[in-house]
Design a protein around this ligand. Structure first.
Ligand code: PHE
Length: 477
């Protein structure tokens, strides 16, 4: 085990796995999906998905990795034979796909952090127009307040930071960086929430977020909540198999999974609690309907929030806005390192390659794979409007494909555990580090979910997501 690397203990593992989970999904995507899906009702279904489906799959994923002590491919093939190894490879490819577009959005956030903290982005009167040009012209080399304006450069820097950390290995790289970034992230998040709750009209934002309106419930809400829960908890593609493979047999898997799920869910919940009061404050100030801005989708944090920071005045806006985007960067970085670790672990374990050289090779490859996503925001017309994908852009396409691969991956993982590896072997692994597990209610619940609820519901909902994405029947739901 030591030659592969391992976490120093429980805290290191939990922080790293929570770091993987907490990311752009929580701060960028969760609030806008909640905004588009009726707020509180989305939150309730989201919590249901986490409890019934995500938590059991998370325990399963960690157990697979720890039992096999190998990367995603190696773990499946060791426990289930060569054919199941393909499921591991499928996960590794999904990870590469996710990182390719994720790093682009992380680059946008990194640029915003620099420009708000040290530049003069907040003086910009037209944030929508600015964002449009910013993501469109990726190689804009004009410098702006001393910084390049090119998000090609920003996203390259982000990938280099990711690679630098992963190249340092498990304890010195992944664990050490998470131990700094995760507590800072919580501190910043709580600080901004306290501030945003003091703003005028904040309470109406809290109300929208916390009081359910059942008439808003649509099939679409369920599908969105499910895909978001898998993405947010980093499930279904082997990130937690890989991290689990560095975990000691003395640690308690169900308890760790509980803490990780709670950490991730609380950041998503708190992000909503930070964003909705801000949105309602802005609506109040501009005298418009909050619905209009709260449902703005992906640009929510890049267009609406800067406008709010602008309203706060030059000094406070810079401090709160800069801290917000620093928070986003920390969250994204702890996730990108987990995504990069998945293919790296595969090549180190299976092909016996050197960690340091593999890291740079894969990082470069994924950066290049991200270029079409980066160029799809207006720069290249054919990527901006994909004819085979109902006129959506390439970044949306890749992100949708990632969502599908995670729920399909999760469904197959539950089938693997219950029908191939076997519940007895699963129990044996989970019982290590947890003496009371075999007689516990947790065990009964995990069996129910992994044998029945997860394969059936995930299978069914995955089909729904695929139909919705490819045939555009969202209007039917
Ligand atoms: N969970 C991360 C987020 O919420 C994204 C991610 C998905 C990371 C899958 C690793 C694996 O941003």
């Amino acid at each position: 085990m030591s030659s592969r690397g391992n976490f120093s203990g429980r805290i290191g593992f939990i922080l790293a796995a929570a770091g993987s989970a907490v990311g752009l999904g929580n701060i960028w995507r969760f609030p806008y999906l909640a905004g588009q899906n009726g707020g509180a009702i989305f939150l309730m279904i989201y919590l249901g998905c986490i409890l019934l489906l995500c938590y059991p799959i998370m325990v399963g994923e960690i157990a697979i990795g720890r039992a096999a002590n190998s990367d995603a491919y190696g773990s499946y093939s060791k426990l289930g034979g060569r054919k199941w190894g393909y499921l591991g490879l499928f996960g590794i490819l999904a990870g590469i796909m996710i990182l390719s577009f994720y790093n682009v959005v992380a680059g946008w956030a990194f640029g915003y952090f620099l420009h708000i903290s040290f530049g003069d982005l907040l003086n910009e009167p037209d944030f929508g127009g600015f964002f449009g040009t910013y993501v469109n012209d990726i190689i804009d080399l004009s410098s702006w307040a001393g910084f390049s304006n090119s998000n090609l450069v920003f996203s390259l820097i982000f990938m280099v930071l990711t690679a630098l950390i992963v190249a340092q290995g498990i304890q010195k790289g992944i664990e050490a960086s998470n131990k700094i970034m995760m507590p800072s992230l919580y501190a910043i998040l709580l600080g901004i929430i306290v501030y945003s709750l003091t703003l005028p009209n904040a309470i109406s934002g809290v109300q929208f977020y916390l009081v359910p309106e059942f008439s808003e419930l649509k099939v679409r809400t369920i599908v969105d909540a499910l895909k978001q829960s898998f993405f947010s908890l980093s499930l279904g593609m082997g990130a937690l198999i890989t991290y689990g493979s560095y975990l000691s047999k003395l640690e308690n898997i169900p308890t760790s999974a509980r803490v990780i799920s709670l950490a991730d869910t609380s950041v998503a919940f708190f992000s909503g609690l930070m964003v909705f009061p801000l949105v309602h404050f802005l609506a109040f100030k501009l005298n418009i309907d909050p619905q209009q801005i709260g449902t703005s989708g992906p640009p929510l944090i890049f267009v609406v929030l800067p406008q709010i920071f602008h309203e706060m005045g030059p000094v406070l806006g810079r401090i709160i806005g800069g801290s917000f985007f620093l928070l986003v960067c920390f969250a994204a970085l702890t996730s990108t390192i987990s995504l990069l670790e998945v293919p790296v672990a595969y090549l180190v374990d299976q092909k016996k390659m050197q960690r340091k050289s593999v890291v740079w090779l894969i990082a470069l490859l994924i950066f290049v794979l991200g270029l079409p996503s980066m160029m799809s925001q207006g720069m290249v017309e054919s990527l901006n409007k994909l004819t085979f994908y109902r006129g959506n852009d390439f970044l949306t396409f890749i992100s949708d494909m990632s969502d599908i691969s995670l729920t399909v991956g999760g469904c197959l993982m539950a089938i693997f555990i219950s029908r191939r590896w076997g519940m007895d072997k699963f129990d044996e692994e989970v019982a290590q580090g947890n003496d009371r597990y075999l007689n516990s209610g947790t065990r009964k619940f995990l069996h129910f979910s992994l044998k029945w609820a997860a394969p059936i519901l995930l299978g069914f909902l995955s089909v729904l997501i695929i139909v919705e994405k490819f045939f555009g029947v969202e209007n039917l739901f």
